[in-house]
Design a protein around this ligand. Structure first.
Ligand code: DAH
Length: 347
């Protein structure tokens, strides 16, 4: 029996020192010291011993048990330390590795140009205002002297919300002229940038949604000279002093006289051709229409309770996308709306 106990002790210590995980250790504990374990099995044979031998064997068995427990404890601590060591190594953070760069966005190129234009006008004393995109036909058309039956009121051109064609998506920011004059008396100086909507097919210079910047100045003795002066000043500030622009006579129901202003095409430089092909940016015109303008029609002033015999004014509506295209040398309007980061990152 003594040999048996010694053998158990030897084997146990060897097995314990081989154990690598807490689970393996627990398995050994059950096998060696558990109720059905090897040691218990030997102790069960104690009954067959003589009274002299019994205490000696009992003591030996206790010593063996204590030794096994001691080795088990040591092993347990060693495994625990090894596991911790491994965890620390695998979770270690190297604070010296360079971080991942965060790429910052920036304002949309069109908004950059809008901001530039607003700054210029604010510097000239204009008040910047905002207004509704869903508008009454009376503000968008009627009070601007655009009568029932005018082609621009046609359902094929305008997005209406109702059967009676009274509520619509504004087709021009000129509606803001009426809104502003309703609330302010001359002298007044207003700038109203915003979105407008038309049933247009998209191409290099058209989109069913685009932006206009409306301007309105009403005071005593305002002339066409003031209008030209203001617009040329703006264009020189945006495009530089060698900017090539031209004024053409035109007709708008809410201004008299009226004109349009064009900028020389930045792609073909006014020739209308690129590499022997018709220029796709200006459709061969050599010029790009930037804005409509004119002297505010007396009827429009009257519609807002302003006396046309005392006051006169000028108004203009700038196409923002086209202005931005010229400013940033963009050759296709659709790029502005696609929001492809490869395009946006160039600015
Ligand atoms: N609203 C016109 C358009 O969308 C542009 C315009 C022309 C605005 C003459 C004006 C103006 O203020 O006086 O085509």
């Amino acid at each position: 029996m003594k040999e048996q106990l010694k053998l158990i002790e030897q084997n146990a210590i060897a097995a314990l020192n081989e154990a690598q995980t807490p689970a393996a250790l627990e398995e050994l504990r059950v096998r060696l010291l558990g109720k059905k374990g090897e040691l218990t099995a030997v102790l069960k044979q104690m009954g067959g011993l003589s009274p002299e031998e019994r205490p000696i064997m009992g003591q030996l068995a206790n010593t063996v048990r204590a030794n096994i427990e001691q080795v088990m404890e040591n092993r347990k601590a060693a495994i625990h330390a090894a596991v911790l060591e491994q965890k620390l190594a695998s979770e270690a953070i190297d604070v010296t590795i360079p971080g991942e760069a965060v790429s910052l966005g920036h304002q949309h190129p069109m908004n950059m140009v809008l901001q530039e234009i607003k700054d210029i006008f604010v510097g000239m004393g204009y008040t910047v205002v905002d207004g509704p995109e869903v508008e009454f036909a009376s503000y968008n058309f009627t009070r601007l002297n655009i009568e029932e039956g005018h082609p621009s009121r046609d359902r094929s051109d305008t997005f209406y919300f109702d059967e009676n064609d009274e509520v619509l998506l504004r087709t021009q920011t000129s509606s803001m002229q009426i809104r502003f004059m309703e609330e302010h008396q001359p002298p007044l100086c207003m700038l109203a940038p915003g979105r407008v909507f038309r049933k247009d097919e998209a191409d290099a210079t058209h989109s069913p949604m685009f932006h206009q910047i409306e301007g309105l100045v009403v005071a005593e003795n305002i002339t066409m000279g003031d209008l030209k002066g203001a617009l040329i000043t703006i264009m020189n500030k945006i495009y530089g002093h060698d900017a090539q622009v031209r004024f053409r006579p035109h007709h708008f129901p809410f201004t008299e006289p009226s004109c349009e202003m064009d900028m020389q095409c930045h792609k073909c430089h006014g020739t209308g051709e690129v590499d022997g092909q018709v220029c796709s940016t200006c459709h061969g015109e050599g010029w790009i229409e930037l804005l409509g303008a004119g002297m505010v029609h007396p009827e429009v002033l009257r519609n807002c309770g302003i006396d046309p015999d005392k006051y006169s004014g000028f108004a203009f509506g700038i196409g923002l996308e086209r202005t931005a295209m010229g400013r940033l040398k963009i050759t296709d309007l659709r790029l502005i709306f696609d929001n492809d980061v490869r395009f946006l990152n160039q600015f």
